[in-house]
Design a protein around this ligand. Structure first.
Ligand SMILES: CCCCC/C=C/CC(=O)SCCNC(=O)CCNC(=O)[C@H](O)C(C)(C)COP(=O)(O)OP(=O)(O)OC[C@H]1O[C@@H](n2cnc3c(N)ncnc32)[C@H](O)[C@@H]1OP(=O)(O)O
Length: 394
């Protein structure tokens, strides 16, 4: 349901008309192509053409259209930043704000050009296909359940070792938002299959090899910042049930959980240097504090892989359990914890987290902006290409 809300919300946000719907009638489109300087009339035409697009252009394009429309009509973003859990408004605000001081005329031209490119790639057959672009409700990359006072968010791409693709980042944010408001007392993140998660899905970077790499890097940095922001702000006790090896962002974000229970089969590593990347998930701040600066360096710079017992000795993991009894022991304990008074748990978390919330958000912003540059480096692109061409296992 939350996913449906986001999709519907974004479907509304890219076009000024409140009547905009997700399905588009199939209509032959007539374009004012390649106008060097878009007039107000061109702009109005483009707004009308947007409503006639046959194919849903996807959320990123809709956000871009929204931002360009706002910039063209109102100028630079001048509204207060929405809260981190107001996902749709925040995504819209971020995209508009990213346009900086782009002149109104240029934004108008870019809007017209973008609509033009969408329209020319939109096939027209003269028939309406009801429901063709409608997404089914629910999560595609997660299984989310709630019982015994515990909401369990299970990463569910076991054949890809639960690598986090863009869809999964968005769905985790939505699931956390929903869990923050449901009547559960504890929220758990775990993985399906033999891995907790192999971290960022490296195919997220495939598009960087072609076309608008700067734009993709910028959008990825915004997505990452919002994603990590949800962990910083999550108001209830958040527990990781680490059912197997964890890599990259699935390790760094552990520093933002309230407890981390691990099977003795799990390993933990962050191969950032191997990938030409740099730390994220606030790990540049949390890891040196949790471990010691030099132990954090071994992980974050040299990519040292820790066993579960080593990670526990370093303070990253709360407790390690034998794999054979892991699930039974952990869930028995969590069910007992979930009987504790919910308000007391929430308030205690608030007292602990509030001391450094602002700092964590600042660290998150800085890490994302450094990464945005890193993603464009040869070191990063070569490492990703190596993985995708199966030359290297990390
Ligand atoms: C929006 C952008 C935000 C960016 C945030 C940045 C985060 C930084 C990080 O997270 S860095 C960490 C990135 N992760 C990795 O580098 C891990 C890469 N994967 C591996 O090294 C290995 O796959 C493995 C060690 C995790 C597992 O090896 P194993 O041999 O046991 O299994 P396979 O390699 O055969 O994997 C099975 C299939 O899963 C696919 N896969 C696994 N991990 C990833 C991944 N991270 N990205 C994309 N795909 C992944 C793998 O390709 C296999 O798929 P196939 O069966 O179709 O070949």
């Amino acid at each position: 349901v939350a996913m449906a809300h986001l999709v519907a919300g974004l479907a509304r946000c890219w076009c000024p008309s409140p009547l905009q719907v997700i399905n588009f009638p199939v209509v032959q489109l007539h374009m004012s192509l390649m106008a060097m300087r878009a007039s107000q009339k061109d702009f109005e035409n483009a707004m009308n053409q947007v409503k006639l697009l046959k194919k849903d252009p996807g959320n990123e394009v809709k956000l871009k259209l929204y931002a360009l429309y706002k910039q063209a009509t109102e100028g630079p973003c001048n509204t207060p930043k929405p809260g981190v859990f107001d996902l749709i408004s925040k995504a819209k605000w971020d995209t508009w704000s990213a346009l900086g001081s782009l002149p109104k005329e240029t934004a108008r031209q870019n809007y017209v050009d973008l609509v033009s490119s969408l329209s020319s790639s939109s096939k027209s057959s003269g028939q309406v296909e009801p429901g063709a672009d409608r997404k089914p409700p629910g999560y595609e990359t997660l299984v989310v359940t709630s019982e015994d006072g515990i909401t369990k968010i299970m990463l569910n791409r076991p054949t890809k070792k639960n690598a986090m693709n863009r869809q999964m980042y968005h769905e985790i944010m939505l699931a956390l938002e929903a869990a923050s408001k449901d009547d559960s007392r504890i929220t758990v993140i775990t993985g399906n299959g033999d891995y907790y998660s192999s971290g960022n899905d490296l195919t997220n970077f495939t598009d960087m090899a072609s076309g608008k790499v700067e734009e993709l890097a910028k959008n990825s940095a915004i997505l990452l910042r919002n994603f990590v922001g949800c962990f910083i702000d999550f108001p209830k006790p958040l527990v990781a049930v680490v059912n197997g090896p964890a890599v990259g962002i699935s390790v760094t974000t552990l520093g933002l959980f309230d407890a981390v229970y691990s099977t003795d089969r799990a390993t933990f590593h962050t191969p950032f240097s191997h990938l030409g990347q740099s730390p994220e998930g606030c790990s540049s701040y949390t890891f040196p504090r949790i471990m010691s600066p030099s132990k954090a360096t071994e992980m974050l710079i040299f990519g040292k892989k820790l066993t579960a017992r080593e990670a526990c000795a370093q303070g990253l993991v709360t407790e390690v359990f034998p794999d054979s009894t892991f699930q039974k022991e952990v869930w028995t304990r969590l069910k007992a914890y979930a009987k504790l008074p919910p308000n007391a748990m929430r308030i205690s978390k608030e007292v602990i987290r509030n001391k450094e919330k602002e700092k964590l958000h600042a660290i998150n912003a800085e890490e994302c902006s450094v990464l945005q540059e890193r993603w464009l480096s040869d070191e990063c692109m070569n490492a990703v290409m190596n993985f995708l061409s199966r030359k290297a296992k990390l």
